[in-house]
Design a protein around this ligand. Structure first.
Ligand code: HEM
Length: 364
């Protein structure tokens, strides 16, 4: 469940067991989240933004910011987006199903998630294309396989996003609307301008690519398991459990990291304060101690307590929204496509370590 190894020449503990990963996630004061890379003066934009993102904050500062931003992501708030999500999903499919074949990633999942996040944040529709470029490139930067070159590129993009949101926030300060950024501006005694910019950047990255991956991985999983697709067609109440099973089986987030803040023992191994820990969420989701037949895709499982959204203090803030988007996408596909198949069996995954992300997925 835990072993010592190294990643990018940095030594660290790799946690693959469900119980051990959950234990670490639930103890944020013993195992904290620290942005990487740690020991360099470079990448100023990236570091400045990360230092104000809740993902990398701890204790009081984290709770304060999370509580505030969470107001935009409560189940009640998110439910209000349901008609919009369903409308976008169907209008995209109106155009796609008449084609001989289409790419699920770029023509379906991306336009859907970027329109939703842009609407929530309240940015002009014409800026969505830039969101896509930013989000896609930035995923590379928070991935663990990143190189000096990708970090430099990310630093530049974060700089661009910083300038972009500075302008957006300025405009909204003068002319507020009913979107999340305008609502957060009103709370200016509780959130600084830098935190507001960093939060907007975080939501573009966190709320975008991972959901694209969840939707695309869902389409792939069913294409590879036609009997499960038939089962879903016979019982549409399995839409929500199907998305949970995809989250478990092809977890969009495969890996997250923590640093030990004190000496401690885990599963018989002695960890020392300062040790780097990699939590292999994708592996934990296939721990045979927790999941029967872990390597099989079974949408009718009784319970699917996956760790794909993390756990504890940093549990994904957008999980309700991500679930709603993916369920709406699957329900619409189920309704509009009786059957579908992959154009090619050669599946191309992006070369990322922390994310399970398809390059493209053409179906017909
Ligand atoms: C945190 C996964 C969608 C916003 C997280 C974490 C995971 C995760 C694993 C915790 C990281 C850690 O503890 O180290 C996912 C997956 C998604 C998804 C798999 C889609 C399938 C979204 C969406 C949003 C979002 C749609 C917002 C629009 C956030 C934020 C955090 C977070 C703000 C940081 C929470 C905190 O630090 O308190 N996500 N996420 N995510 N996610 Fe998501």
């Amino acid at each position: 469940p835990i072993y010592k190894g190294s990643m990018l020449k940095q030594p660290g503990w790799f946690v693959t067991g469900y119980k051990e990963a959950a234990l670490i996630l639930k103890e944020p004061s013993f195992f904290t989240r620290i942005p990487l890379p740690r020991s360099t003066e470079k990448y100023g934009h990236l570091k400045r933004a990360q230092s104000k993102m809740m993902l990398y904050m701890n204790n009081h500062d984290h709770r304060k910011l999370r509580l505030l931003v969470n107001k935009g992501f409560t189940p009640k708030q998110v439910e209000e987006f349901k008609p919009l999500i369903e409308k976008i999903t169907h209008s995209l499919l109106d155009e796609l199903i008449v084609k001989k074949e289409f790419d699920v990633v770029s023509e379906f999942a991306f336009p859907l998630t970027s329109l939703v996040i842009a609407t929530i944040l309240g940015v002009p529709e014409e800026d969505r294309k830039r969101f896509r470029v930013w989000a896609s490139a930035l995923l590379q930067s928070i991935d663990f396989s990143r190189s000096h070159k990708t970090l430099e590129e990310s630093d530049r993009l974060i700089g661009e996003l910083n300038d972009y949101f500075t302008l957006v926030i300025d405009k909204k300060r003068k002319k507020p609307c009913n979107d999340l950024i305008s609502k957060l501006i009103k709370e200016e005694d509780k959130i600084t301008n830098e935190e507001l910019i960093a939060t907007s950047i975080l939501l573009v990255i966190a709320g975008h690519e991972t959901t694209v991956n969840l939707i695309s991985n869902t389409v792939l999983a069913f294409a590879k398991h036609p009997a499960q697709w038939e089962l879903l067609k016979s019982d549409s109440s399995l839409v929500a459990p199907s998305i949970e099973e995809v989250l478990r089986y092809e977890s969009p987030t495969q890996l997250t990291a923590r640093v030990a803040m004190k000496d401690t023992e885990i599963a018989g191994h002695q960890l020392t304060s300062g040790d780097q820990i990699y939590l292999m969420l994708g592996a934990a989701n296939r721990d045979p101690e927790v999941f029967e037949k872990p390597n099989e895709f079974i949408i009718s499982r009784k319970s699917i307590p996956h760790l794909s959204f993390g756990m504890g203090a940093h549990f994904c803030l957008g999980s309700t929204l991500a679930r709603l988007e993916a369920q709406a996408a699957l329900a619409a596909l189920l309704q509009r496509l009786n059957t579908y198949e992959l154009v090619s069996n050669q599946i191309k995954w992006r070369k990322l370590m922390g994310f399970r992300s398809l390059e493209q997925l053409r179906i017909k």
